[in-house]
Every structure is written in structure tokens, then in C-alpha cells.
Design a protein around this ligand. Structure first.
Ligand code: FE2
Length: 242
């Protein structure tokens, strides 16, 4: 973080309006631990300009969440959050579904919790390049869902010029870049790939993928990044339609 001051926060994401990817439902995955951490993260979201947030807990083998339980926890949390002022609207809970060989066999696969407009946030393994679930994507497209691939810049085995990426764009998969990637949070390679995906016109959505207060501090830091500010001025995203 260098000489960064926690006071240097600017609402540069206000035109996005909505963050559609974060892990702030406490205690259900590797995200926020409790409501105080969630509130601290949401305060930073408001400070950087977000007005609305969708929670997207992990659904994968490591975090065997079930939709009914997640929705009950969310309803309770939403009520508790109503007593805290100056937070973004916590709109709804959806999920970040890991597309791996277990996905199609998991119980309740027909109950996936979607984002608005039938959008389904999905991710691949960060390390296993052997599973590119085009059949799963096609099945969801056939059901009139629109899959979103989370953070394509973070998969070491994919890049903006990979044939698999071209194929995903051709069939109508939306891409969501992590804002923190663009500020170097995941390293130089992910940062450059993130900007390159955006410059190619491959990116419809930006997300914070916020997990805890260290992500919140990094998000605040990113509001001082001139390259991000310039990019935001010259590109539009779908976040404000959610
Ligand atoms: Fe995530």
C-alpha cells in the first residue's frame, strides 16, 4: 500500500452503481466473518461510489452451501443491516458457482440463485485447466440463463487471445473483471490481462469480489489509480442495469 492514506478515497465507481460480486454474507465461505466486518466493507463500498450490492457466496465443493440456507441467512442479515446508516442497498443474494465436474451432480442444481436478468455468476478452478464446461454453458444458455465468467484475468491458463476465450464470447458468455486486479492486487499479469480484456471489448461487468477489510482497503486504494479512472471514463459496463 506504500504511502497510501486511508483518507484518500474517491467515489470513482459511482457510475457503475452496483457491485454484483462479493463475499459479505458472514460465515458461509472464505469471505466476511461477522456482521461488523460486513458493515466495514459495505461502508467502503459506499465511499467509493457503490449504491447497490448483490452478495454472491461461493457454491463449490469446499463450501457446500445450499440455496435455501443462504437465502434464510441473507434475509436475517438484511434485517440486521437496516439499523446501520449510510450503507449501499443490499439488494439480494445470488451465488458464485464453481463450474467443475461436481457442479452438475450437486443437490439442488435446479435451484441456482440468479442475479437479475437471469444472470448466473460462475467461475472455473484457478489451477485446473482441464475442465472448460462448454456443455454446461450451453445447457444454461438453452434455459435462457446468461452465464457470467468471473475474473477471466485470474486464470493462468487463459488469456485474451486464447481460443477458449474467443469461443466463450462467441456463444454469449459475459465477462466480469475484478476491479482489484486492475490495481495490481493479484499481481502484474492479472492486471495487464484485465486491461487487455477490457480494451478488446470483452468485458460487460466489473466486480469487487470483496471478501474482507483488506479487500476494502485495496478497493479504497484503487480509487487513486489514474489508469483505472481513465478506463472508467472511456468504457461503459452493465453494472448499472442490475
Ligand atoms: Fe468471488
Amino acid at each position: 500500500m506504500g504511502l497510501f492514506s486511508r483518507n484518500s478515497i474517491f467515489p470513482i465507481y459511482s457510475e457503475l452503481v452496483t457491485d454484483m460480486h462479493c463475499h459479505l454474507l458472514p460465515g458461509v465461505d472464505d469471505g466476511s466473518h461477522d456482521i461488523s466486518e460486513t458493515v466495514a466493507c459495505l461502508k467502503t463500498m459506499a465511499e467509493v461510489g457503490f449504491k447497490k450490492v448483490f452478495f454472491t457466496p461461493h457454491f463449490q465443493a469446499k463450501y457446500p452451501n445450499m440455496e435455501d440456507d443462504i437465502q434464510q441467512r441473507f434475509a436475517k442479515l438484511k434485517q440486521e443491516l437496516s439499523s446501520y446508516p449510510n450503507l449501499p442497498e443490499v439488494a439480494a443474494v445470488s451465488g458464485e458457482y464453481r463450474f467443475d465436474p461436481l457442479f452438475a451432480r450437486r443437490p439442488g442444481v435446479d435451484k441456482v440463485v440468479l442475479l437479475p436478468n437471469n444472470m448466473l455468476l460462475s467461475e472455473f478452478s484457478l489451477h485446473d485447466s482441464n475442465y472448460m464446461p462448454f456443455d454446461t454453458f450451453m445447457a444454461y444458455l438453452d434455459m435462457h440463463y446468461t452465464p457470467i465468467l468471473a475474473h477471466p484475468e485470474r486464470y493462468p491458463y487463459l488469456g485474451p487471445n486464447s481460443p477458449e476465450i474467443k469461443k466463450m464470447k462467441d456463444i454469449g458468455i459475459l465477462f466480469q473483471i475484478n476491479i482489484l486486479s486492475l490495481d495490481g492486487f493479484y499481481g502484474q499479469v492479472a492486471m495487464e490481462k484485465g486491461f487487455e480484456y477490457i480494451e478488446k471489448g470483452y468485458v460487460e461487468l466489473l466486480g469487487t469480489d470483496m471478501h474482507n477489510t483488506s479487500y476494502a482497503n485495496a478497493l479504497a486504494h484503487s480509487t487513486n489509480n489514474r489508469r483505472i479512472k481513465k478506463m472508467l471514463k472511456s468504457h461503459t459496463f452493465m453494472n448499472n442495469t442490475l
